[in-house]
Design a binder for this molecule. Structure first.
Ligand SMILES: C[S@@+](CC[C@H](N)C(=O)[O-])C[C@H]1O[C@@H](n2cnc3c(N)ncnc32)[C@H](O)[C@@H]1O
Length: 271
């Protein structure tokens, strides 16, 4: 059993797995762009840190091919089982490692690259974890990191007070947890402090409308997370109900826009 003294705030149930799938559909092209910029290629060993069910691990496994290997690390056993089944089903060279980042052991000089998306925001010690990965990278090895730059940018136009309140409660819950939700903005300095060369920084934004797929990203998040906020005592049942009502109102107007939380890509190379 992996060590996990403080629970991971977003949970890992079936609804969350489905949400991660939609999220991946929306963000896959950005991930692929980052991997291209980092020149991830056949024959390499790539770590997918905080891989979840392995949506990115699977794509990376096609990139590294038969002569390479993907290691997917996550603390959730169900997600790692899912990844292992996908590896078997598609005959992919990828291994799932069920471990808390704190217990993870990596061999020095064993990795050509590492990808990490939305995993450093939930832990109290991203620097320590990145140090561990740095030690495992070969010289010339690359990290591609995708995290929030500013979650507070998340908003709709027009704005409705019930939904605004629930979005503010989300941000409060993220600020109260053990990690830094906007860890993305700290990453260039963090990796530079490890002695890495930052080779790329790129802001990534998404604008949803009720008719596009992007709309489904925050929507599936609201339906999974607002009930959790009620359990946490950060929203009442009535406030959650009003937020969903506001969301339905906004969804009826095809001209509503929804700005997703601003993300950043940081690419760094071990010298
Ligand atoms: C928002 S999900 C992102 C999953 C995946 N990177 C993706 O983009 O689809 C964050 C993942 O980090 C994992 N995680 C959170 N804290 C962790 C820790 N301390 N050790 C290992 N995995 C962790 C969670 O189990 C979850 O699967």
């Amino acid at each position: 059993m992996p060590t996990n003294s403080q629970p991971y705030i977003l949970g890992t149930d079936a609804q969350e797995l489905h949400r991660l799938g939609i999220q991946h559909q929306i963000w896959a092209t950005e991930a692929q762009k980052g991997w291209n910029l980092a020149d991830f290629k056949a024959g390499q060993t790539i770590l997918d840190l905080g891989c979840g069910p392995g949506f990115c691990s699977k794509e990376l496994a096609y990139i590294v091919g038969e002569s390479g290997k993907v290691l997917g690390v996550d603390l959730d056993e169900g997600y790692i089982q899912h990844l292992t089944q996908v590896a078997d089903l598609y005959h992919l060279n990828m291994d799932g490692i069920c471990s808390d980042f704190n217990d993870l052991q990596l061999l020095n000089n064993s990795l050509d690259g590492m990808y990490c998306r939305w995993a450093l925001a939930w832990i109290p010690n991203p620097k320590e974890v990145l140090q561990k990965v740095y030690d495992a990278l070969k010289p010339g090895g690359k990290m591609v990191l995708h995290e929030y730059y500013d979650w507070s940018t998340h908003q709709t136009e027009p704005q409705l007070p019930g939904l605004n309140k629930a979005i503010a409660a989300c941000l409060k819950s993220f600020k109260d947890q053990k990690g830094e939700i906007d860890i993305g903005r700290e990453l260039p300095k963090l990796v530079a402090d490890l002695g890495m060369n930052v080779t790329g920084i790129r802001l990534m934004h998404k604008l949803g409308t009720p008719e596009n797929l992007i709309w489904q990203w925050p929507k599936t998040f609201y339906y999974s997370y607002f009930p959790r906020l009620v359990k946490m005592g950060l929203l009442t049942q009535a406030e959650a109900k009003q937020a969903f009502k506001d969301h339905k109102t906004l969804e009826k107007d095809r001209n509503t826009t929804l700005f997703c939380p601003m993300m950043v890509e940081v690419i760094a190379e071990k010298i």
